[in-house]
Design a protein around this ligand. Structure first.
Ligand code: NAD
Length: 284
């Protein structure tokens, strides 16, 4: 018996990283999975996004748990693609109980004026709104929506920095998600549908492990390596680690998806090894 037996979860960004981990964890708890991923590159993103092979690997791992999965290539920026993906899943499974709006990018390159900002906010904010929007018509009492923010949206000064428009857009999108969570959760409450946000610190995925992030943490070096960046990554968290693992976030996703959290809604919950306790917090 799993705590999500008989339930169906819609997960974006499920080809790799945290999204794959969430899919696997929710399947282990008994849920069938509707998985979406863009499976192609976005120009402003300086590290590899998910591929069709990655999404196939998620399918293999979920099926390995004995649960079913419908996996579809789709871009969260395009509401019609999300609706089409969800419809495929609904046709197979007939219901929707859990929504995990996880897909996200950390864009770092401007090819045209503020294109990093545009891509970051399109994926990290509009993509979340789109995911929730296409899901709401299918949700019934007891459903749980989980959206992914970041402690980057809570740090002082991140939206006021000059330059790196993608980083600023990322932080602003994540900050807005925190307010959105409280605002929409109040409207959903009387329908017994819950909405909560998870805000991780550094997580051990491609979004963190790339040259741009290493350089941001080690501006004193030209081309910092992972080994050179890790001590700096560790300074963010007072608990002794440079980053947490995707599974650490999936543990909270599974709890928020289940009835164990049935009276918890509108919360912005950090999984941050204490990082926002250090006096650098602007909100939440
Ligand atoms: N890794 C970190 O340090 C960290 C920290 C805080 C928050 N987050 C957030 O966690 C979430 C998951 O990121 P991750 O760490 O697993 O990174 P990741 O790059 O490993 O995975 C992100 C996945 O989302 C997919 N994706 C990107 N744009 C998409 C789009 N437009 N449509 C559909 N799918 C798309 C990618 O292809 C990829 O498979 C993101 O929202 C991210 O902002 C990450």
């Amino acid at each position: 018996m799993g705590k999500l037996d008989g339930k169906v979860a819609f997960i974006t960004g499920a080809a790799r990283g945290q999204g794959r981990s969430h899919a696997l964890r929710l399947a282990t708890e008994g849920a069938d999975i509707i998985a979406v991923d863009i499976c192609e590159q976005i120009d402003s993103v300086p590290y590899p996004l998910g591929t069709p092979e990655d999404l196939a690997q998620t399918v293999k791992e979920v099926e390995g748990t004995g649960r079913r999965i419908v996996a579809v290539k789709g871009d969260v920026r395009e509401r019609s693609q999300l609706r089409a993906a969800l419809d495929q899943g609904l046709e197979r499974f007939g219901r929707l109980d859990i929504v995990v709006a996880n897909a996200g990018i950390c864009p770092w390159e401007d090819s045209t004026l503020c294109s990093g900002f545009v891509d970051g906010t399109d994926v990290d904010l509009i993509g979340v709104l789109n995911t929730v929007a296409v899901s709401l018509p299918h949700l019934k009492a007891g459903a749980s929506i989980i959206v992914t923010g970041s402690t980057a949206g809570m740090m002082k000064g991140t939206t006021e920095a000059i330059g790196n428009t993608g980083g600023v857009g990322y932080s602003w999108a994540k900050q807005t998600i925190a307010r959105y969570t409280e605002t929409l959760a109040l409207q959903l409450a009387e329908h017994s549908v819950r909405l909560n946000a998870i805000h991780p610190t550094n997580v051990n995925t491609n979004l963190l492990h790339n040259a741009s992030i290493y350089k941001a943490f080690r501006p004193d070096l030209d081309n910092p390596t992972r080994e050179e960046a890790e001590p700096a990554l560790a300074t963010l968290q007072p608990m002794p680690t440079p980053y947490i693992e995707p599974e650490d976030v999936s543990n909270l996703v599974a709890f928020l998806a289940s009835d164990e959290s049935k009276w918890i809604t509108g919360q912005n919950i950090r999984v941050d090894a204490g990082s926002m306790l250090k006096g650098e917090r602007a909100a939440f």
